[in-house]
Design a binder for this molecule. Sequence first.
Ligand code: CA
Length: 269
Amino acid sequence: MAEAAVSGRDPGLAGPGQAAVPGRSTARPHRVLVVEDEPALLRALEINLRARGYEATTAVSGRAALREAGQRPPDAVLLDLGLPDVDGAVVIRQLRTWSRAPVIVLSGRTGSGDKIGALDAGANDYVTKPFDIEELLARLRAALRRDEPPGAGVVTLGRWRIDLAAYTAHRADDPGAGEQAPVPAAMHLTPTEWRLLELLLRHPGQLVPATRLLTDVWGPGYERNTNYLRFHMARLRRKLEDDPSRPRYLRTEPGMGYRYQPDGAAPPG
Ligand code: CA
């Protein structure tokens, strides 16, 4: 599926690994470790990453990945879960003992159990094979943005201007004279809604696993109370999304968690 996964891209584009990102022109490119035992896919990923200005290092097994990561610490890892020697989740756990580099799992499995296991082990995101290379690269960009704090803590979400420092949500658009104004000028959110929303908005474009949201908002021991999440996410959408039944910004990743999708970022997952 490697060929299908990388078709239609333009190898001539400058990429976010280098000068295309303002302020990074003199910095070293991001180093991405690709761990994949399928040679064609490994090669395709390597070529695509280099074409976008990333430094790509590779490994074809879990043990080789840990050795490579130790020698040249990566800024991000793309990790196949089904490796010939050890399970991908083992690699993540080992890596997490010393590295905080984001890990994006490449999963060829149909069940969600392995992906959840990988997220619990410390992975940051996943794509399912066969994947679209542009989507993977968007996930990678989002993962690498993780440590960059958002501007002034003000996020525009559709028609709302959300201030995470002041905990206010105001209309960003102009209701216009004569409009019936079915949407109020300011929206009240409960403390629980604020905490959920803040966690999502602080990780734009990134999957936030349900277990992480539950433990951060409700505390340890609430990892399985996904009904709490569904309830409060539904309320947030009713308040903030233009069409709550087809959320544009506050997306569900079934069985995994939630993702805040900013305007003009990654294509729908
Ligand atoms: Ca494999």
